[in-house]
Design a protein around this ligand. Structure first.
Ligand code: ATP
Ligand code: MG
Length: 403
């Protein structure tokens, strides 16, 4: 493997880091002047921000690095002097991928740099073979987000994806919570609409009227997303039949040109109807065997069901601090390309959950937000990458296959 190219912003006080960052297998470039960073940064694998000359703060520096297009994807390790959680969050929000607090332990620094480099290399291995589909309804696009396993981040992906699309076309995107019961899309966005999908089901006129939908059922989030809230947890309503799910989705898409639907994780008529109606199907999976197995079985089921549905876009949501499976392992296990990986980030998500502000809105330059933005770009067909042709890795070949 080629040397890991590390770029360090630091001064004489950074000398102790140099021993680790410049060890065999790594090549280190050290700059003292932030202005030099942008020029030197291109073609580096990891950027370490240690000593930032005033008046810039460390967070300013993270933001500046992220604002340079050529550096926007290079992992950044910020070395901070304070162990305050708020400062850590500030740095992550500003675009740092990892934060270490002084005093720095050599072995820990070594391990963190290694992990960042590996993560970055793996992300670069991805070549989503997305072909931009012509949509079923001209000028309109429906994206269904589903996972056959619960708790993997389907709602998180739906909400942040909708916000990323809204950043491009505000008020032209609706987010529909079609999860069976206790849908929490609205809660994630801190919205408390009076009417939910459970009311809409009983309003046959509202269901098909773009005007009524817009004025009565769709609640606007300040990020430019129009939200149809899910059934409350206390509803005694049975799961909606497939034809009602279709009618609701078709109604909303006649009112708003782009619709993202959170389908949750139960497989029933509602889900099948929505998948049939979708232009894009986003499947969320976590990097663990139970989730991979569930998705693999779901793909088999889709194949057996006759294949009316669109080719799924696989999103790996890294909900674990440790990465044990590579994208190659995951792709081999699923027999499909992974379009994007959403990085693990407990602090940003915890804050998002408690404040009702999704990561894309609260920390738009953070690594997770940038990945949601890329996912939106893939689905909307911006810079559609060509289909990748290199052979798949073999490691876990066939583990979920028949026989
Ligand atoms: N990449 C991540 N890193 C850390 N935490 C995450 C990540 N993705 C999601 N989470 C957190 O995991 C929790 C579950 O996410 P979410 O509600 O989106 O899952 P879900 O698949 O919709 O669950 P359910 O099946 O209950 O609908 C949330 O608290 C969310 O903030
Ligand atoms: Mg959910």
């Amino acid at each position: 493997m080629a040397d890991t190219k590390i770029l360090l912003l630091g001064d004489a006080s950074s000398d102790p880091l140099v021993k680790v960052l410049g060890r065999p297998g790594r090549s280190l470039t050290r700059v003292e002047d932030p202005e030099q960073l942008a020029k030197a940064g291109v073609d580096h694998d990891v950027i370490v921000l240690d000593a930032v000359p005033p008046p810039r703060s460390l967070a300013d520096m993270c933001r500046e690095v992220r604002a340079v297009p050529a550096l926007s994807e290079v992992p950044v390790l910020a070395i901070s002097s304070t162990d305050e959680v708020e400062e850590r969050i500030r740095l992550l929000e500003a675009g740092a991928d990892d934060v270490m607090i002084r005093p720095i332990d050599d072995r820990e620094l070594d391990a963190r740099v290694e992990a960042l480099d590996l993560r970055h290399r793996r992300a670069k291995e991805l070549h989503p073979s997305t072909l931009v589909s012509t949509t079923r309804r001209p000028g309109r696009r429906m994206v269904a987000v589903y996972s056959p396993k619960g708790g993997v981040g389907t709602t998180t992906v739906s909400v942040n994806l909708a916000l990323a699309i809204a950043a491009r076309t505000p008020d032209q995107i609706a987010l529909v919570d079609l999860t069976p019961m206790g849908g929490n899309v609205a809660t994630c966005l801190d919205l408390r609409p009076k009417l939910t999908i459970a009311d809409l089901i009983r309003d046959s006129q509202g269901m098909v009227s773009p005007e009524i939908l817009k004025t009565t059922y769709l609640a606007r989030h300040e990020g430019g997303v129009l939200v149809l809230a899910g059934s409350p947890a206390t509803t005694t309503h049975p799961l909606m039949p497939g034809d009602e799910a279709s009618r609701i989705v078709e109604g909303v898409i006649s009112a708003v040109p782009t619709v993202v639907v959170d389908l949750g994780s139960h497989l029933d008529d509602r889900v099948m109807a929505a998948l049939d109606a979708a232009d894009d199907i986003v499947i969320v999976v976590t990097p663990d065997f139970p989730a991979l197995k569930a998705v693999h079985s779901f793909f088999e089921y889709l194949g057996e069901a006759g294949g009316k549905t669109s080719e799924p876009t696989v999103v790996v949501n890294e909900m674990y601090a440790l990465q044990t499976l590579t994208p190659g392992d995951i792709e081999t296990a699923l027999g499909r390309r992974v379009a994007i990986r959403i990085p693990y980030d407990p602090l940003l998500y915890l804050r998002a959950a408690n404040q009702g502000t999704p990561v894309f809105a609260s920390a738009p330059t953070s690594q997770p937000a940038r990945r949601y933005d890329q996912l939106a770009g893939i689905l909307l067909g911006e810079d559609a990458p060509g289909s990748a042709t290199e052979p798949r890795r073999r490691g876990l070949a066939g583990i979920f296959g028949r026989g």
